[in-house]
Design a binder for this molecule. Structure first.
Ligand SMILES: *Cc1c(COP(=O)(O)O)cnc(C)c1O
Ligand SMILES: [Zn+2]
Length: 421
């Protein structure tokens, strides 16, 4: 199983040169492969970058494609129909910072992407690579946000899509996927069951690009753009600390890879930074391994409202541990109650409504500050990766109108507890 049936044998994937095994370094030519033939380790894209300057990036499109020369995509990537994700806002979060006791806090607000989560980034890169590799169908197993992103990206590109989700998924995420009219299949099982199914189907359907399975090495690179954007938006600097939610763990490792590449290419001063991971206690295999000092991540059965992070057997778990330990960070986990409180705290302090994954990140920051693991004086960026409109279930029993009144000013004044006139 290498590439789509009628694909050419050399591919224009921009600066990408090969796939190399993260475990043994074995290299293979660019293709739709994800596991090393020598040791079954995960394959990762390696590059030969051309000359890149801050100015050449700044002159690029107002989307992730401004970083196309750092991604496994052809240089004319933006001429093909795509969702143009990225370049979401990085906002100062002084009021949230005050509430959390952090002096210098920023929120990277990825709810502003086309389907309202950071998954549009990874899917756009996967689609661009899959197109070059000769695929015609975009597919995925998903915990929700990926389903949205794949269905929308395929619709925009005029591709077919096949999306597999656990049948227990939030209603909003089901509907906001189904509306794009690809093939959406709800599976009675959890994400790890759905993922196993996808791996089986990927080997049967050589013309289906499962973004996070057989083209995963390309997909994963899309998360580097979060690192690039944070650095560019800070004025071409690296922050002192970054806090990232962890599902499979891919995003966290790639934000780090993005930061490192910018340093190596001389686009930023390679200043030290610490990477922190955030999980929900009901699905915290990586946090548990971190706290126990283990290198192996033992799978768990997820039970949390943070469904977008509910991956019990995270593929990149060990690499999250490596990254966090190398940079002097930590992985922490928080309860569902803390997640809801944090969603509300972010909303009321900054006017940003995050989904449960964002609640996990904010609550984790709070816990890390309280335990002294996060330096309250270092410049800190937290990644808000998804939109609260998709997880209304999480807050529906906690917020609502203060009162329901008849259409009279007196009744409104009474509800606001104002004296009558
Ligand atoms: C998928 C997802 C993540 C985590 O992504 P991984 O790369 O699998 O760790 C974080 N936040 C949201 C909202 C997601 O949908
Ligand atoms: Zn290997």
């Amino acid at each position: 199983m290498t590439s789509a049936v009628d694909a050419p044998t050399t591919f224009d994937l921009g600066p990408a040169r090969a796939l190399s095994c993260r475990e043994c370094g074995h290299q293979v030519p660019l293709a739709a492969e994800f596991a090393c033939a020598e040791c079954f380790g995960p394959l990762e894209v390696s590059y030969e970058f051309g000359p890149i300057t801050r100015a050449s990036i700044e002159a690029g499109p107002k989307s992730i494609w401004r970083y196309r020369d750092l991604l496994p995509v052809p240089s004319d990537v933006d001429t093909h129909p795509n969702t143009q994700p990225g370049l979401t806002r990085l906002v100062r979060a002084d009021r949230l910072g005050k509430a959390l006791g952090i002096r210098d806090l920023w929120v990277k607000d990825d709810t502003g992407n086309p389907t309202h989560s950071f998954k549009d980034r990874v899917v756009a890169v996967a689609l661009a690579a899959a197109r070059q590799l000769g695929f015609k169908v975009l597919a995925c197993p998903s915990t929700g946000n990926l389903a949205n992103a794949v269905a929308a990206a395929a619709a925009r590109a005029g591709w077919e899509s096949v999306v597999l989700i656990p049948s227990s998924l939030e209603r909003a995420k089901v509907l906001t996927t189904a509306v794009y009219d690809g093939a959406l299949i709800a599976v009675d099982g959890n994400y790890d069951d759905v993922n196993r199914l996808a791996t089986e189907l990927a080997s049967e359907h050589e013309d289906w690009a499962f973004v996070n399975v057989n083209v995963r090495p390309y997909y994963a690179e899309g998360s580097k753009t979060l690192g690039y954007e944070v650095a560019e938006q800070l004025g071409w600097r690296l922050p002192g600390q970054v806090v990232v939610p962890v599902a499979s763990g891919s995003q966290l490792t790639k934000v780090d890879k993005g930061f490192r590449e910018l340093g190596e290419l001389g686009l930023v001063e390679p200043t030290p930074y610490r990477v922190f991971g955030a999980q929900a206690t009901g699905c915290s295999p990586v946090a548990t391994a971190f706290k126990d000092g283990q290198d192996v991540v033992r799978p768990v059965k997820p039970n949390t409202i943070a469904r977008s992070l509910a991956i019990g057997a995270p593929a990149d778990g060990p690499y999250v541990l490596d990254t966090v330990r190398r940079t002097g960070g930590a992985v922490e986990d928080v309860t569902d109650e803390e997640v809801v409180a944090a969603i509300r705290l972010l909303a009321k302090t900054e006017g940003i409504f995050a989904e449960t994954a964002g609640g996990v990140t904010v609550a984790t920051v709070k816990k890390l500050v309280e335990s002294g693991k996060l330096d309250p004086d270092a410049e800190t960026v937290l990644l808000i990766t998804g939109d609260g409109l998709k997880t209304l279930d999480a807050i529906q029993d906690h917020v609502g109108p203060r009162a329901t009144v008849p259409p009279s000013a007196a009744a409104v004044r009474a509800a606001l507890d104002e004296p009558g006139r």
